[in-house]
Design a protein. Structure first.
Length: 429
């Protein structure tokens, strides 16, 4: 049985949670490999509507083991809250396992996230404020605290004392803030460690064993390609290391790249972005507003209004290449149901030149003007449709055009938030 990575092909919020929930019906393992609780993955199924931030979206299928891999940064308070909330709604979390190598988001990460954003002024990134950037920066700077450290209390105290002294110097001397208390952090994080310890397991070993048994495994991406540190619109990206591209699915799990059989790119039928940074197809007019209202485009983690625009095939084709997509899942087709015409950006105009690939520099990104193709809208409801051939001809033509421009076969088309609102062309698992 295959190992399938599910990757965001735009700026996040493509509907990865929904696609993972659908695919997880046939999976034995679902594993997160990057990011942290900056992610907000919405799943709508017979148990209700859920917003998952750290718990993998396979949790609703009792047969799946849900793993949080070494590449994820974990805010233990947020994770425990999420686990408790799931439990109170009748979703068991006994099958949830956390890598001891995963890094921990500490209170000073959250504080520094806010202080750094403030210091950036008008160049603020618009982070989710969850401490993700500072936590990954510490991981890379070798100043991180890992989940395994929380359970060895003596070693934890020594490490925390060393690191907190450095952090408090930064907070007080650089930002004029108030120092954080060693005792308070130590006590609360020891308590989190105790509560999480039954879930701490070598997830890299678990996933390798699953591969050896031929089980079906889903690797659940967070964020999206254009938020990747290397391939995104730097510096308006997320700091996850491993990155949020398919390559990160190896580094963040303990699998080798050759063990990943399929890479599914999740793409919204249009484009959205939350936070700052360039977005060439953004529509700051009534069309953009209509997409936002019809699509209820407000962030699953912060509630912020998402910026909306037409499908950007320059971005999507680039994502297909840097991730090696073997298939795509197009989501939210239904949101475009009422539009008389739909547009697709096929190239950018930058300083009089035509770009078919994304530029590298931020200055050029900001100058990129979309060159669009216009197609007729279908102005017919699609949410009830379950077979590709039953789509209105204009909607089918739109999907086929996206497929040609992205250069990768469409495996699924999602026509609503609920689990059953999906057209499956290729089952993948
Ligand atoms: P993720 O971060 O990639 O998992 O995506 P989010 O959950 O942040 O945002 C996707 C939103 O679209 C959620 O509110 C989903 O419930 C919703 N959604 C997913 N697929 C569809 C779809 O095909 N149609 C509609 N209307 N909503 C969808
Ligand atoms: P999912 O997994 C959309 C964005 C933030 C900000 C930038 C950096 O739900 O698709 P961070 O807090 O990570 O330092 O913020 O990245 N961002 C996301 N946007 N979906 C996400 O995750 C995101 N995670 C981070 O809005 O612009
Ligand atoms: Mg999201």
């Amino acid at each position: 049985m295959p190992v399938v990575a599910v990757i965001g092909g735009q700026w996040g919020d493509e509907g990865k949670g929904k696609i993972v929930d659908v695919l997880a019906e046939k999976a034995q393992v679902v594993m997160r490999f990057s990011g942290g609780n900056n992610a907000g993955h919405t799943v709508v199924n017979d148990k209700g509507e859920f917003r998952l931030h750290l718990v993998p979206s396979g949790i609703f299928h009792p047969q799946t083991r849900c793993l949080i891999g070494n590449g994820v940064v974990i805010d233990p308070a947020a994770l425990l809250e999420e686990m408790d909330a799931l439990g109170s709604r009748g979703v068991a979390v006994d099958n949830l396992f956390i890598s001891p190598r995963s890094h921990v988001v500490m209170p000073y990460h959250i504080l520094l996230d806010a202080l750094e954003e403030k210091a950036r002024g008008s160049a603020a990134i618009g982070t989710t404020g969850k401490g993700i950037g500072p936590a990954f920066a510490d991981k890379v700077a070798r100043l991180g605290i890992r989940t395994t450290d929380l359970v060895d209390k003596e070693a934890f105290l020594a490490r925390l004392r060393l690191i907190l002294e450095l952090k408090n110097r930064l907070i007080v001397q650089m930002y004029g803030g108030s120092p954080l208390s060693l005792e308070e952090i130590y006590q609360s994080y020891c308590h989190y460690g105790e509560r999480l310890s039954p879930h701490i397991e070598d997830t890299d070993v678990m996933v390798q064993e699953a591969v050896a048994k031929g089980e079906a495994i889903l690797l659940e991406g967070a964020q999206g390609t254009m938020l990747d540190l290397d391939f995104g619109t730097y510096p308006y990206v997320t700091s996850s290391s491993p990155g949020c591209v398919a390559g990160g699915a190896a580094g963040g799990t303990g699998l080798g790249p050759t063990q990943i059989d399929h890479v599914v790119g999740v793409l919204k039928a249009y484009t959205t972005r939350v936070g700052g940074g360039p977005m060439p197809t953004e529509l700051e007019d009534e069309v953009g507003e209509r997409i936002r209202e019809r699509g209820k485009e407000y962030g699953a983690t912060t509630g912020r209004a998402r910026r909306c625009g037409w499908f950007d095939a320059v971005v999507a084709a680039y994502s297909a290449r840097v991730n090696g997509f073997t298939a795509t899942a197009i989501t939210r087709l239904d949101v475009l149901d009422s539009f008389p015409e739909v547009k697709i950006c096929v190239a950018y105009q930058v300083d009089g030149a035509v770009y078919r690939r994304p530029p590298n520099s931020l200055a050029l990104w900001y100058k990129a003007q979309p060159i669009c193709e216009t197609m007729s809208g279908w102005q017919t409801a699609t949410s009830h449709i379950r077979r590709l051939e039953d789509l209105p001809p204009a909607a089918l033509a739109y999907i086929k055009r996206l497929e040609a421009l992205v250069g990768c076969p469409v495996a699924m088309v999602s026509v609503g938030a609920a689990r059953e609102q999906i057209i499956v062309i290729n089952h993948l698992l």
